[in-house]
Design a protein around this ligand. Sequence first.
Ligand SMILES: Nc1ncnc2c1ncn2[C@@H]1O[C@H](COP(=O)(O)OP(=O)(O)OP(=O)(O)O)[C@@H](O)[C@H]1O
Length: 412
Amino acid sequence: MATLSSSLLSSSPPLYKPRVSPTTLVSRTDFISFSPRTTLSSSTISPAMILSLPVKQNHRRNSLQVKSVASPTETVSEFDEMVSGTKRKYYMLGGKGGVGKTSCAASLAVRFANNGHPTLVVSTDPAHSLSDSFAQDLTGGMLVPVEGPDSPLFALEINPEKAREEFRSASQMNGGTEVKDFMDGMGLGMLVEQLGELKLGELLDTPPPGLDEAIAISKVIQFLESPEYNMFTRIVFDTAPTGHTLRLLSLPDFLDASIGKILKLRQKINSATSAIKSVFGKEDNQPDAAEKLERLRERMVKVRELFRDTESTEFVIVTIPTVMAVSESSRLSASLKKESVPVKRLVVNQILPPSSSDCKFCSIKRKDQMRALDMIREDSELSGLTLMEAPLVDLEIRGVPALRFLGDIIWK
Ligand SMILES: Nc1ncnc2c1ncn2[C@@H]1O[C@H](COP(=O)(O)OP(=O)(O)OP(=O)(O)O)[C@@H](O)[C@H]1O
C-alpha cells in the first residue's frame, strides 16, 4: 500500500505515480488501480523521519520559473495547463465538509509555489484549518509567509467575525437618534424607517451561510488591489463547505442590490441633514460611511465577476468516493454551472490505494468506493469533468513535505 510515511522521504521525482491519464474519465478498474510503483514499503521509512525533512527558509522572490507550455505534439498535462502563464489565476476549491478541501488547496498552493509561482493561499472557511494543514501559525488575518516551498507562498486566514464587523460599521447608516430627530422634524422619518427595513443589521447579527465568504473574498480582493501584492500569480482559495458556496453565489447580487438601495437613501438623507445642519451650524464629523459602502459594493461586484471569469478563475470540486459526497458534488456542479461559474476538474480524494491482500474491511470499503466511482462516471454533471485523484494516505497530511507529496500525486 502506498504510504505517506514511506513516500515522503524519497527525493523527487515522487515514487507514487497513478497511471491514469487525468485528462479523461477512465474505467472503473483503471480508476483505482495504481501502478506497482505505488506500492511502497512503509517499513523503510518512519514518520519521525518525515518530520525531520529539511524545510527551506528562504523564499526566492521574483524568480518566476513557470513550466514552459508544451509544443502541440506533446501531451499537455492538467497541471501544465494550470501552471502555465504568469497572468494571475484564481483556483477556488470547494465541496462537502471534511472531504479534504483544505488539504487539496494547500497541496495545490505548494505545488504552484514549487513550480515558480508566487502563490497566496486563502482560507475563507469560517472554520480555518490552513494553520493545521501547514503545521505553521498562519492566523491573524494578514498575509503570513509559509516556510518550505521554493517560491514565495503566503497564507491568509480571513477572520470572518472581524471582516463582518468592518462591514457592519461601514453600514451604520442612521447616524444615531440625532439624525432621526432631524429627519422626523423634516417629515422624512419614513426614510430612516425604510433603512431599517433593509434589515442589513439583522442580517449581520445572524449571518446566513455565504455572507462571511462574500465578505472574506471581498477582503482578499481589497488586499490584492494594493501594489505590494502584485507579485502573486496564483491565488488558491480554500472555501467553506458546499452550502456556504451556493449561498455565496447569490449573495453578491443580493448585497449589491441592498447596498445600492442604502446608498440611494443615504444620499437623500445626507442632502436633507446637511441642509438642516448648515442651518443649525452643526458639523458632520461622521466618517463617510457612504463612501465605504460604495467601495464595499464595488468589491462585491468584483467577487461576482471573479467567480464567473473563465479566463482567470476555476472552481475545483473536491469529493470523496462515497455516494453521499458524490451526490452533493453533482448538485454543486449543477449549481455552479447554472451560475456560470467555470468548473473543469473534480478531485476524488481518499481513494483506497491498491493492495494485494485486502482485509475484509478494506475489501468491502473498496467495493463501496467503486460504486461511488461508478456514480461519477455515470453522472451527467460530473462525467464531463476532468478527474484528478488522490489516495487515502496513512498519515494525517500536515506540513509542507506532506502537502508536497499529496500535491505531486493529485496535480499532474
Ligand atoms: N487523502 C487523504 N488521506 C488521508 N487523510 C486525508 C486525506 N485528505 C484529507 N485527509 C485528512 O482528513 C481531515 C480533513 O481534511 P481537510 O481539513 O483537508 O478537509 P476539509 O474538507 O477542508 O474539511 P472542512 O470541511 O472541515 O473544512 C484532515 O485530518 C486531513 O489530514
